[in-house]
Design a protein around this ligand. Structure first.
Ligand SMILES: Cc1ncc(COP(=O)(O)O)c(C=O)c1O
Length: 428
């Protein structure tokens, strides 16, 4: 007879694959060491969180007991219908230049608990171990972790200052075909606006080209584009451009993942997906098993905020606040990183991040000297190596900095401390 103490705990294969994922550690590290200037975790700006607007909206909602009870009850797996209507109208307005979406209906729109949930459920619906997902190199590391957790092979495609390089994508497909691996390619993942981690947006003219390439290589196996638009609203310069979904005339290729976490509040955590017809049923079946409906209260709240007409003004204020912080980080990069021999960075026009490449040979990874040295100097960053797909280039001298949380003064102090740490490690 075995006793409870003797019995062996057997975790699932997926639990073993999940071990060591960095996001929770980084977020906890930042919260546990408030004296550390965290330029790491992608928290949003504390001061511009919509306290008043949310408070007023909740009060309005609760002034009407019927509306309040509806929000406090379970909803449906697919999400609150009026919110899905509002999302469709919003998308039509945002992408009007490229498409009016004549064939898109609310049936293809699903509301989730943040876009991360949508990404997770889509991945669960589509991928088997050994399947291949092509990703920009570097890419959003949490989704890379989700994919690794499913046993998916992630392959990096080169990017430049205009985003994913179409020729590199085409070459990657050709190589995979020559190796007999094309049938295992299921998707391309792309953060199309001010991406995480580089802050780069995919150039408008590349959007239809990339779609054409994907559709051309979609032969034996249908290949989807997972377009993540998490940072679309956080634009501080230039004009908005249509989404990749707007160029997908047949609507059978792009899966769009959106969120109100960055533009409104990650505590409310409402995201959404726009799905190709063929995926609606399977994704909803999977979601039914996960939560049979994401938090309904949050969906009613966001719907009211959109209806109030005050969402746009809020986003405009956010842009103003983040623009100041981004400028502070870029000015500090000029002041402290420019003098370092071989350091370079990409100046974003939106989002929350600045991607830095240090002199070749500097190991900015979690086990490297710089990571520890920077923390001793009081600053935390995300090692760039977390952000690379499993296969392809991996620059260990890279790091991701976020300007979302810290004040302009702290950003400057953090950048100075970081540059000091780099100097000590490189002996400059
Ligand atoms: C590129 C990208 N996609 C998706 C998400 C997930 O956001 P949420 O689940 O809060 O909507 C994030 C969060 O940082 C992100 O950076």
């Amino acid at each position: 007879m075995f006793t409870a103490e003797q019995a062996e705990i057997q975790l699932s294969r997926r639990a073993h694959l999940a071990a060591g994922q960095p996001i929770s550690t980084l977020m906890a590290q930042a919260l546990a060491n408030p004296e550390l200037i965290s330029l790491a975790a992608g928290f949003v700006d504390q001061a511009s969180l919509p306290v008043e607007l949310t408070g007023e909206t909740v009060r309005e909602m609760f002034a009407d007991p019927t509306a309040a009870r509806a929000a406090l009850q379970y909803g449906t797996t697919v999400g609150f219908p009026p919110l899905r209507e509002a999302l469709l109208e919003w998308m039509r307005a945002q992408d009007a230049r490229a498409s009016r979406y004549p064939n898109l209906t609310t049936d293809q729109i699903v509301v989730t608990a943040g876009s991360n949930q949508l990404l997770q459920i889509v991945a669960d619906t589509l991928f088997e171990p050994g399947d291949i997902v092509l990703c920009a190199a570097p890419s959003y590391f949490v989704f890379l972790g989700t994919l690794a957790n499913l046993g998916v092979r992630t392959i990096g495609v080169a990017t430049d200052e205009e985003g994913l390089v179409p020729e590199a994508l085409d070459e990657c497909f050709a190589r995979l075909e020559a190796a007999g691996d094309l049938p295992r390619v299921k998707s391309l993942y792309c953060v199309s606006y001010f991406d995480n981690p580089c802050g780069i947006s995919l150039a408008e003219d590349r959007r239809p080209r990339i779609l054409d390439i994907v559709k051309r290589w979609s032969q034996e196996t249908h290949i989807f584009v997972i377009e993540d638009v998490a940072y679309r609203e956080l634009r501080y310069a230039g004009d908005d451009v249509p989404s990749m979904r707007a160029f997908d005339e047949t609507g059978d290729t792009v899966i769009l993942a959106g969120t109100f976490s960055k533009s409104y509040s990650p505590g409310i955590r409402v995201g959404w997906g726009v799905l190709p017809d063929a995926l609606v049923e399977p994704v909803l079946a999977m979601k039914g098993n996960v939560d049979f409906g994401s938090p309904n209260f949050a969906q009613h709240l966001i719907h009211r905020v959109l209806q109030s007409g005050r969402f746009d003004a809020h986003v405009e204020r956010l842009r103003g606040a983040y623009r100041v912080k981004m400028d502070a980080m870029l000015a500090a990069a000029e002041e402290f990183l420019r003098p370092l021999d071989g350091g370079r960075w990409i100046a974003p026009r939106g989002g929350l991040y600045v991607w830095v490449e240090l002199p070749p040979g500097v190991n900015a990874g979690p086990q490297g000297r710089l990571f520890a040295e920077a923390q001793n100097a009081g600053v935390l960053y995300v090692p760039g190596e977390y952000c690379y797909p499993q296969e392809g280039v991996r620059k260990t001298n890279s790091l991701r900095l976020s300007f979302g949380v810290q004040s302009p003064q702290n950003i400057r102090r953090g950048m100075e401390a970081l540059a000091g740490a780099v100097r000590r490690v490189t002996g400059q």
